[in-house]
Write a protein that binds this ligand. Structure first.
Ligand SMILES: Nc1nc2c(c(=O)[nH]1)N[C@H]1C(S)=C(S)[C@@H](COP(=O)(O)O)O[C@H]1N2
Ligand SMILES: [Mo]
Length: 352
């Protein structure tokens, strides 16, 4: 019997492969690999080439070469993490912006197992002059704004890099990391937009200045203005956000009782509250937050029971609030490259 993966990923681009998760049709449990969104800047690295060794070099006392099996013998950490692409929901920006037109599915949740980066940096001995750590993947290619090939590279400030929950992962949901998602090693940076979680990680380099690579200083920067770069700042932590999974946008429903359900997440603190409005924001009702998952880096699951007797068109809004007091705005923060969309989640239904 042929195996059908229905529903399938929603295609935005095939070369490089950029497809989103059918988020509305998934149970919000850990997402199996076949339903993980795929976001790539370059073609996949050759399968044979990415070595199963990790290198630590630059400003360290002892440059290291760490074989895959060696890493597996170190004390691992399991982290239940939500990874969200900075461009998730970009399609909703008005005016429209360039870039992949992601709807709500450029997001995932799963358990990543790995060794804290800090442990490895301790072995290597970071020099006093260290400022940032650069992470290089094995994938590479041409960018339209540069005339030479570049690798996918990102950096972290030293202080951030030493956080114990930043790991060099070697497993996803208890299995070796799927090839398209970074096998053999992937950096996982919980709480930050997912560009920071470098796939096919091969080299970790300690440097004494701020890294200037294009995925650091050109892309993944908020540019608040269309015509100039005033006020630009790097994309880092996840904004507080939510997605209504059910019902679907533009569904017709009967009068009676319906469950409105979805997920909510944040990059600072935890989700405290999700509220629902059925009258375009005039009044709000508190949704029920499930206790599970309880991991501090995973999304929360919520639901609201809606009794509706009157036929007609309704707008349903969902608004999450985190423990830092941040909430989803009614109007999104527009920026030229379309990152970090987190306006109140909105769907329209008709009661017939
Ligand atoms: N090496 C490498 N790492 C990468 C990328 C990439 O293109 N190459 N894309 C980043 C971006 S922008 C996102 S959103 C996530 C996507 O991860 P996924 O394809 O496993 O869902 O990986 C990040 N890490
Ligand atoms: Mo991304």
């Amino acid at each position: 019997m042929t195996q059908r993966n229905r529903p399938y990923l929603i295609t935005r681009n095939l070369a490089p492969e950029n497809q989103e998760s059918p988020i509305h049709f998934l149970k919000p449990v850990v997402i199996p690999p076949r339903f993980l969104y795929r976001r790539n800047h370059f073609p996949y690295p050759e399968k044979e080439l990415p070595s199963s060794e990790l290198f630590i070099n630059g400003l360290v006392n002892r440059p290291l070469r760490i074989p895959y099996h060696y890493l597996l013998q170190m004390d691992p950490v399991d982290l239940d993490v939500t990874l969200e692409c900075a461009g998730n929901k970009r399609a909703h920006f008005e005016p429209k912006v360039f870039g992949e037109q992601w709807e709500s599915g450029a997001i995932s949740r799963g358990v990543w197992t790995g060794v804290p980066l800090r442990t490895l940096l301790d072995y290597a001995g970071v020099s006093q002059n260290a400022v940032e750590i650069v992470f290089t993947g094995t994938d590479h290619g041409k960018r339209e704004d540069m005339d030479k090939e570049v690798f996918f590279q990102r950096s972290l400030p030293l202080k951030k890099a030493l956080h114990p929950d930043i790991i060099i992962a070697f497993q996803y949901n208890g299995n070796p990391i799927p090839y398209k998602h970074g096998w053999p090693f992937r950096l996982i940076v919980p709480n930050w937009y997912a560009m920071a979680s470098v796939k096919w990680l091969q080299t970790i380099t300690v440097i004494d200045h701020n890294f200037q690579g294009p995925f650091q200083t050109t892309d993944y920067v908020y540019y608040p203005h269309k015509e100039n770069d005033n006020g630009k700042r790097p994309v880092t932590t996840l904004h507080v956000n939510s997605t209504i999974q059910q019902p679907l946008d533009y569904t017709q429903l009967d009068t009676g009782t319906h469950t409105i359900s979805g997920i909510a997440w944040t990059g600072e603190g935890t989700i405290n509250e999700v509220s629902i409005s059925l009258d375009e924001g005039k009044s709000w009702h508190t949704a029920k937050l499930k206790n599970k998952p309880s991991g501090k880096y995973s999304w929360k699951v919520w639901s609201y029971t809606w009794h509706v007797q009157e036929t007609g068109e309704y707008t349903i809004l969902a608004k999450a609030k985190d423990s830092k007091g941040r909430t989803q705005p009614l109007v999104p923060f527009w920026n030229r490259k379309g990152y970090g969309y987190n306006a109140v989640s909105t769907i329209h239904v008709k009661i017939v």
